[in-house]
Design a protein around this ligand. Structure first.
Ligand code: KIV
Length: 296
C-alpha cells in the first residue's frame, strides 16, 4: 500500500486517482474546507478530496440548515478554497435550488463552479431520480460527485436528519440509487447516514469509489466536516463524529488571554512596537525641546 507521508512530494489527485485507489483498496480521505486557511491546512496534510460542502451554511454562515445558501455564497467560498489547494481534488456542492430547475440552468450553474470557482467537480444530492440530469452535466465535461442516503437538502421531505436505509424497501431504493449514479459515471458517491451493512453492500456493488459519512468503515473513503473534527460546531456531535482537537478551547483561551493583556496594559510590549530611526528620534527631541523653550 503506498501511503504518501505528509511532507513528501505529492501527485495531483484526479478522478482517475480515486478510481485507482478503490481498485487498490487504498482508503480515500476527504474533509470539508470553506476558506483559504482551512484549505491550505487540509491540502498540506495530504487529504485526497477537499469538499466545499453546503454545510458551510451552518458552520460558516450560521444558517439553521443548508437550504438557504445560494450559488453566489457557495462560489465565494469555493474561490477562496481554490486559492489554497494544490494537490487535492476540489469538489463544490451545488446548493439546494441550483439543480432543481431545468437541465440548461443546472448546467449553467454547474459550469459557474468550474469557471468562476475553480472546482474540479460538483456534488449533487439525489440518486436514481437525478441520474439523467447528472449524466447531462457530465456530458458538459463537468465531473459530478453523487450523494445519497441522508441528504440534508431533503430535510423537510425526510422529516429531520434521520438514518436512512433501515427497511428492506429503503435498502432496495438505495441500491437502485447507487447503481444509477454508477452507470451515470459519477466521480464518487457520498454515502451519508446509512447502516454500515448497507454501505458495505453498495461499496461492493459499484465501481465508483464510495465516500462515507456515518456509513461505517467498509466505504472506499471517509469524509468528515472540518468544524466537527475540531469542535467548532457549538453543539453535541453526531454519533459518527470523532473530535481530533478542541479548537474552540484553544481559540477561547487565546482570545481571553489577549483581552486580559490589553486590559492590564501588558500588550503590546516595547518589542512589539515600531520605533523611529535614531536620527529622526534625536531631531524630534531637539524640536520638542525648542518648542518647550519658546513656551517658557
Ligand atoms: O456539505 C457537506 O459537508 C457534505 C458532506 C457532509 C458530505 O455534503
Amino acid at each position: 500500500m503506498s501511503l504518501t507521508p505528509i511532507g513528501e512530494p505529492r501527485q495531483k489527485i484526479t478522478v482517475a486517482t480515486l478510481r485507482d485507489k478503490k481498485l487498490q483498496h487504498q482508503p480515500i480521505t476527504c474533509l470539508t474546507a470553506y476558506d483559504y486557511a482551512s484549505a491550505r491546512l487540509v491540502d498540506e496534510a495530504a487529504i485526497d478530496i477537499i469538499l466545499v460542502g453546503d454545510s458551510l451554511a451552518q458552520t460558516m454562515l450560521g444558517y439553521e440548515n443548508t437550504l438557504s445558501v445560494t450559488v453566489d455564497e457557495m462560489l465565494h467560498h469555493t474561490r477562496a478554497v481554490r486559492r489554497g489547494v494544490k494537490h487535492a481534488f476540489l469538489v463544490a456542492d451545488m446548493p439546494y435550488g441550483s439543480f432543481h430547475v431545468t437541465v440548461d440552468e443546472t448546467i449553467r450553474n454547474a459550469a459557474r463552479f468550474v469557471k468562476e470557482g475553480g472546482a474540479e467537480a460538483v456534488k449533487m444530492e439525489g440518486g436514481e431520480k437525478r441520474a439523467d440530469l447528472i449524466r447531462r452535466v457530465i456530458d458538459a465535461e463537468i465531473p459530478v460527485a453523487g450523494h445519497i442516503g441522508l441528504t440534508p437538502q431533503s430535510v423537510n421531505v425526510l422529516g429531520g436528519y434521520k438514518v436512512q436505509g433501515k427497511t428492506l424497501g429503503a435498502i432496495e431504493q438505495l441500491m437502485h440509487d447507487a447503481v444509477a449514479l454508477d452507470r451515470a459515471g459519477v466521480a464518487c458517491i457520498y454515502l451519508e447516514g446509512i447502516p454500515r451493512e448497507v454501505a458495505a453492500m453498495i461499496t461492493a456493488e459499484v465501481e465508483t469509489p464510495t465516500i462515507g459519512i456515518g456509513a461505517g468503515p467498509e466505504c472506499d473513503g471517509q469524509v468528515l466536516v472540518f468544524h466537527d473534527i475540531l469542535n467548532l460546531t457549538f453543539g453535541p456531535p453526531a454519533k459518527f463524529v470523532r473530535r481530533y482537537a478542541d479548537a474552540a478551547a484553544l481559540i477561547t483561551d487565546a482570545v481571553q488571554a489577549f483581552r486580559a493583556d490589553v486590559l492590564s496594559r501588558q500588550y503590546p510590549s516595547d518589542g512589539e512596537s515600531y520605533h523611529l530611526p535614531r536620527e529622526t528620534q534625536q531631531t524630534l527631541e531637539t524640536v520638542l525641546e525648542r518648542k518647550q523653550g519658546v513656551r517658557r
